[in-house]
Design a protein around this ligand. Sequence first.
Ligand SMILES: [Zn+2]
Length: 376
Amino acid sequence: MKTKDLDLSHVLSSKPKGGVMYFLGQRALVIDARALGFLRKELINNLGLSVARNMLTRLGYAHGWLTADNLSSEYPELLEDPTCGPALHMLQGMVNAREFRANPIDDPVHNMTCIWEDSYEAEQHLIHIGISGEPVCWTLTGYVSGYISRMLGRETYCIEDKCRGKGDALCHIESRTREDWGNLIDDHLPFFKEETIDGVLKDVTARLRRSERRLSRFKRLFNGDVHPAGIIASSEAMRQVLDIARRAAKVDSSVIISGESGVGKELIARFIHDESARAGRPFVAVNCGAVTETLLESEFFGHAKGSFTGADSDRTGLFEAANGGTILLDEIGEMPPGMQMKLLRVLQEKAVRRVGENRSRPVDAKVIAATNRDLD
Ligand SMILES: [Zn+2]
């Protein structure tokens, strides 16, 4: 058998009345492309674009890998022919492959390029989701990756750079082994891996749990006027304070709370943290008045081992400890002006430099400053 002679009669078999159908000797289905389009839409709407892309890429990969594997049983001589993959892809009705170019299989740099016309996937994406900013032929590129990986017995990936689904006239793909892609494959690789789904689902579960916790706090707040942080909101003035705090929580900028000692500034800060998207991440509270001036910098920014007498190990500063969360700087008015300038720089640059180190480390912490003084 030669690839150019291959047609549906060689690969597809079924009883005239159907019931069971085979492609290359394995059970196959005829399914309306629009049904896959609906599935795609459901996946994107319910799980987000990354998970949907991940699942569909892996579905395509399994399909391509199995197709090559079935070919090796039915027509083993064709597995060596690089043009057979595109031919089978076409016989499965998924895409029209044109201008196929490939280096011979025994070439150490086996790569191939191809133009795709009539991609079923770009078509369905445009119908159900609309035009995309990125290529969308995820099952098809997954298929090529799986097929060639099985064919060569080497990890191989196919990347699409032009796509009908993002407004190009035709789709264009290139496939190379992992080594030949080098760093260029890094952004695409997660979509081929199982962990991506796990990671995103864990993240979704964690966010769901946080939302549930917040919901139950809200319920308690409305039922009993008592916030779990210990705030009793029975007076109109206190309700207004909480309302402002809640709004401050929704904006990811720094907040300053002023008020006399003992009015519960830390509770309000904690409330803002709990109501913000940073809830569940660290909340670090520090009383600036209680830290000795000589230790302030190391306390806030950390230090490198040996940077001063007594610094016998590396130390993480409070800003780094609050990374992703919130840091409360209580009694900020007690802080020396020089140190206040340094804090300002951290807020502007979103990075800290440990004492005794030359490099900056990025930090992302919401800063809440509290004071009992009138600050100018
Ligand atoms: Zn495409």
